[in-house]
Design a protein around this ligand. Structure first.
Ligand SMILES: [Zn+2]
Length: 316
């Protein structure tokens, strides 16, 4: 039996140690970590905690989808991960759509990434909302955070101790001190994926773009799920050159519906979110399923099982 999947929510707690996935920006030689102010649902007190933005997580998800795609099903912009997406095709006159509906039609026909991740068009002015949504990953208080101080030594200085290198001026010693944030913690993660909207031309809410091509919808659905599998096994955000996160754990629930039914979302900041999501799901509809996972491997296996299903197609 293979059900069609309408929506999927991923709610969980991810443990990332000594990472620097997302930063506020650099002021002078200090890079500030992302800070957000939240109400801790367990104590009801306002706290400042650590965050990784939804933009960053969505960016990582998009990049993984791009890696996995065979590149024949991407628009010219997405082939090179240009964030302009299908707008680039119109700007460069590679596509000359007649109207908004036609513009969306052409984009959805052409590109796996545009369809799944959404885009904005300038002329005609139109937007496609992403089928993949992420909230902020929020450090469950208390996330441990440290600013590490590093000294960067000039080549000339280093060369003296580790073998001569040509072209270096001996005796010139320049040193730059810089500060890099590193954080460790357990993060509450929320994401919703709407397979039913893949290929849906929202200029006309009642029309799938490629009615004759369910294979493309299914390919895009599987790509998005595989990108989720890798996202939690291999988060590649900021500063991973020297701060590749120690990825340790991911536990939580996959909530999905097999009938037109929005899935409920409860923040994993709450200690009892799993019990709550079970109770809500049971009281809403029997078509909502809650699958618990207890490790990164368990998550990868369970979200992987859903790739055997098909994306839901609304009957109009
Ligand atoms: Zn594209």
């Amino acid at each position: 039996m293979s059900e069609e999947i309408y929506e999927i929510a991923i709610l969980g707690r991810a443990t990332w140690q000594l990472h620097s996935l997302n930063n506020e920006g650099t002021v002078g030689n200090v890079t500030e970590p992302r800070s957000v102010r939240i109400i801790d649902p367990n104590t009801k007190k306002a706290v400042t905690t650590d965050g990784v933005s939804g933009e960053m997580l969505k960016h990582i998800h998009t990049e993984i989808m791009w890696v996995l795609d065979d590149k024949n099903n991407l628009c010219d912009a997405c082939k090179v991960l240009n964030p302009e997406k299908f707008n680039f095709a119109i700007k460069t006159k590679k596509a000359t759509p007649k109207n908004v509906e036609d513009a969306l039609e052409q984009a959805l026909k052409t590109c796996d990434v545009c369809d799944v991740q959404g885009f904005l068009l300038e002329r005609p002015t139109a937007s496609r909302k992403s089928t993949v949504e992420f909230g902020w990953a929020l450090g469950i208080p208390e996330v441990y955070r440290d600013i590490h101080t590093h000294a960067r030594h000039a080549l000339g200085e280093k060369g003296r101790g580790s073998g001569e290198q040509e072209g270096e001026t001996e005796g010139v010693s320049t040193q730059m001190v810089y500060h890099r944030p590193t954080r460790s913690g357990v993060y509450a993660v929320i994401s919703v994926f709407q397979p039913w909207r893949i290929g849906l031309n929202e200029a006309r809410q009642d029309k799938y773009t490629y009615d004759a091509d369910d294979a493309a919808r299914e390919r895009r659905y599987r790509l998005a799920l595989k990108a989720y599998q890798l996202l939690f096994a291999r988060p590649e955000g900021a500063m991973t050159t020297t701060r590749l996160p120690h990825v340790e754990d991911f536990s939580g629930v996959i909530v999905y519906s097999a009938e037109p039914m929005p899935v409920p979302v409860i923040s994993p900041l709450k200690n009892d979110y799993i019990d709550e999501i079970r109770t809500i799901s049971e009281s809403i509809d029997a078509s909502i399923k809650v699958v618990e996972f207890n490790s990164i491997a368990d998550f990868a296996a369970k979200i992987g099982q859903l790739t055997n299903n098909k994306p839901y197609k609304m009957k109009f």
